[in-house]
Ligand binder design. Structure first.
Ligand SMILES: *Cc1c(COP(=O)(O)O)cnc(C)c1O
Length: 385
């Protein structure tokens, strides 16, 4: 395809596939087509590739390789974590604690559980979008079996106090799950140091392929599988493995670990340049926490403007951003995350999210800052009429 020469700043929706990852995947679409469960050579090749990917993923998060279970992506990982822990522990209790700013993959599963005999408590966030661990501790009761809090929010980039929350969970003998989809490659994660029971990951947010993800499941943690069938993935997730996807995810994680420091510094520089420049425009606010935020995340609200109009105008100018969560961007509702931070409907509707990656350049950011003020002015003049 022709290079469209676009400035892509929507890396929390998805990322560009890394060339090295593609190279690694290609043979598994053609000559290495074996079923990893087969006992002949071509099957063993596929199985070995899966084991290698398990090692690569475990390596990035400090897990053992048999604690990695592949799924079809972040959504399935989140669903499996919550459903799996809830149904495996329902004799012990039926209470689950989560936050008011979780991804829909968590929120919708919580709604389902709430309608099916479980009880869910939603912990609010402060105006910067941060959860207070004390509020979680207060919500724990006799029946509590699981706490699920995301590591980094996908809309406003806030980094949650996962370590404190994990310790609270341990003190009360409650399972702790974190949706780390937004955190992989953005901050160091060590499942042992954080003492996590279960963690969700995906691949396409860190330059790997779509349709593949995984959970980390601490050894000896029981979960009820959602997909039943063959005995793949330690009997926890049936179905013939997505071998090219798994191989690509493994490579993406290996690269993320290898280039972590370099990428993080680069993304932070671009982020801060963008924030400093945008805040020079009048009547703008930064959403999320000024310091505790993902290296690649900028989320800002412009007064007197609709975020969707701004996204369209920027798109015409070759700049690709979003209003927030890609999964709900087509709905008319204001962002629930921004509303949870106490923003008015108008403020929430005036928000856009710009998320960079290692592939963005300083020149691209300079160009955005050059043309953004005039685009904002034009839209504001229109909204006055
Ligand atoms: C993208 C995302 C998901 C869903 O992942 P998919 O791979 O798209 O299913 C879940 N949680 C967070 C925080 C995300 O950013």
């Amino acid at each position: 395809m022709k290079n469209l020469n676009r400035i892509y700043l929507d890396n929390s929706a998805t990322t560009k596939l890394n060339e090295e990852v593609l190279e690694e995947m290609l043979p598994f679409f053609s000559e290495n087509y074996g079923n990893p469960s087969s006992l002949h050579t071509i099957g063993l090749v596929a199985n070995a590739a899966i084991q290698k990917a398990r090692d690569q993923i475990a390596g990035l998060i400090g897990a053992e390789s048999d604690e990695i279970i592949f799924t079809s992506g972040g959504t399935e990982s989140d669903n499996l974590a919550l459903y799996g822990i809830a149904y495996a522990n329902k004799k012990r209790g039926n209470h689950i604690i989560t936050s008011s700013i979780e991804h829909p993959a968590i929120r919708q599963m919580c709604n389902f559980l709430d309608e099916n005999g479980f009880e869910v408590t939603y912990i609010p966030v402060d105006q910067d979008g941060i959860i207070n661990p004390a509020h979680i501790e207060e919500a724990i009761k006799e029946e509590t079996i699981l706490i699920s809090i995301m590591t980094i929010n996908n809309e406003i980039g806030t980094i949650q106090p996962i370590k404190e929350i994990s310790h609270i969970a341990k003190d009360h003998n409650v399972y702790f799950h974190t949706d780390a989809v937004g955190a992989i490659g953005q901050m160091p994660i060590d499942v042992k140091k954080l003492d996590l029971d279960i963690l969700s990951m995906d691949s396409h947010k860190i330059h790997g392929p779509k349709g593949i993800g995984a959970i980390y499941l601490k050894k000896n943690t029981r979960i009820q599988p959602q997909i039943l069938g063959g005995n793949q993935e330690y009997n926890l997730r049936a179905g013939t493995e997505n071998v090219p996807g798994i191989v690509g995810m493994g490579k993406a994680f290996e690269i993320a670990a290898r280039d972590f420091d370099k990428n993080k510094d680069h993304m932070m520089n671009l982020r801060d340049r963008l924030i400093d420049g945008i805040l020079k425009i009048e009547d703008v606010r930064l959403n999320g926490h000024p310091k505790l935020r993902a290296p690649n995340n900028v989320n800002v609200s412009f007064n007197f403007i609709n975020g969707k109009s701004l996204v369209s105008s920027l798109n015409l100018a070759g700049i690709e951003v979003s209003t927030g969560c890609a999964c709900t961007s087509k709905s008319a509702e204001a962002s629930e995350v921004l509303r949870a931070c106490g923003l008015s409907t108008e403020e929430a509707n005036g928000a856009i999210r710009l998320t960079n990656s290692k592939y963005n350049t300083k020149e691209e950011i300079n160009y955005v800052l050059e043309i953004l003020p005039s685009i904002v002015n034009k839209l504001r003049q229109k909204s006055l009429i």
